[in-house]
Design a protein around this ligand. Structure first.
Ligand SMILES: [Zn+2]
Length: 274
């Protein structure tokens, strides 16, 4: 069981009204607080820490390197696909995504057009039609719903988690997360407050650094969920080498007693059941 500690109560207070689940937990806090006797969670394999690896933007190098490595070590990843990406306009690669889903990998929602803020000199790559400033929360909810439909046609799943593009959620008329939360199983990195849940968007780092991030995070007894987010693996952009990725996957496969390594949806569902 997850105990409710002071830190979470504080977080829930801070987030009251922002999140439906948060509100629900605030409402039941008096009951849970009287039931809470410890502050640990035990995952299905007996581990106290869950680890999830995720991959954004449906990049070709993920199909070429990440999926085969994960499959080789029987580790399930979460792939936040974009319907408009090149791998979803290629028959063979579409089949490869379908097969990945059949193998237990999660196909996550990452919107349709990847709206990000277009403010700032480093945002020339944001197309006018994908500028978050031009959107509204209602529009974002409609887009996430459309992406859900698209992904359902690929994997037959009716529930999946969501990563906000660029981790930005402020539209021209307010934050969109509250409008999107009811449409998804969970929002990346936002199931538990820090440091109970931590994640790192890694690129251009060694396998040793990736492994050390897991070890270091898991050393904090409060930490229950650890995520590492990738983009390119052995290619494309924001890339991590195939070798570094392989070293991390090997490490995780070797320490299955210590970590519950699975999709983000499996972790979110399990935590919500507790
Ligand atoms: Zn992205």
């Amino acid at each position: 069981m997850i105990g409710i500690n002071n830190q979470r109560k504080h977080w829930l207070k801070l987030n009251r009204g922002r999140c439906y689940i948060g509100m629900l937990m605030v409402l039941v806090t008096p009951f849970q607080a009287s039931q809470a006797s410890d502050d640990t969670i035990t995952y299905p394999n007996g581990a106290h820490v869950a680890v999830h690896l995720s991959y954004d933007d449906a990049l070709p190098s993920q199909l070429e390197h990440a999926v085969p490595t994960l499959d080789q070590y029987n580790i399930k990843g979460t792939f936040y696909l974009l319907p408009g990406s090149e791998t979803l306009n290629n028959e063979q690669q579409v089949e490869a995504w379908k097969k990945a889903a059949q193998n237990g990998h999660e196909l996550g929602n990452h919107t349709v057009f990847h709206p990000c803020s277009s403010k700032g000199s480093d945002r020339n790559w944001v197309k006018p039609y994908a500028s978050l400033e031009q959107r509204s929360p209602e529009w974002m909810a409609a887009e996430v719903k459309m992406a859900n439909t698209f992904l359902f046609l690929l994997d037959g799943q009716k529930s999946r988690t969501f990563t906000p593009p660029c981790f930005e959620t402020m539209t021209g008329s307010g934050d969109y997360l509250a409008a999107v939360r009811p449409l998804v199983a969970g929002v990346y990195g936002q199931t538990l407050p820090k440091p109970e849940e931590v994640f790192w968007s890694a690129h251009n780092v060694s396998g040793k650094k990736l492994i050390n991030y897991i070890k270091h995070s898991a050393a904090n007894p409060q930490t229950k969920v650890i995520g590492i987010k990738f983009h390119g693996v052995g290619g494309d952009y924001l890339s991590t080498s195939d070798k570094a990725h392989l070293e991390l996957v090997k490490y995780l496969a070797k320490h299955r007693d210590k970590y519950w390594v699975t999709t983000y949806k499996n972790i979110v569902d399990y935590i919500h059941q507790q």
